[in-house]
Design a protein around this ligand. Sequence first.
Ligand SMILES: [Cu+2]
Length: 124
Amino acid sequence: MRLKTIILTMFLVVSSYAAGFQKHIKYRGFNVEFISTKPLTSGENSLTLKISKKGLNPKEVKVKFFMPAMPGMPYMENFAKVKPLKDGEYLLNVKFPMRGTWQVHIFVIDKNGKKYRVKTSVSF
Ligand SMILES: [Cu+2]
């Protein structure tokens, strides 16, 4: 019974990890990580953004997801709802009208009003 529980727990841990979404990038001194317990999909998604840069004290973070116009498809964009969780960590809620590759621009404003833009993408 105990062994079964351990095996089941291990299976659930592995499968939930495999089912989720994670992306880590470095961009001009920024360390950026997206983590979602569920795989990204069309519709509503919620994911955690970890963002940091040495010496940077962010005052505001905005995240834009967009897809350039494609044959038969107009340009699409959506801003995430951003909720600060703790230093350098934000909960993002975003709606994707469709699957595919979404460009991501993260706009960061620091305490002194200096603006930064971090570019990346997510595919699912
Ligand atoms: Cu498209």
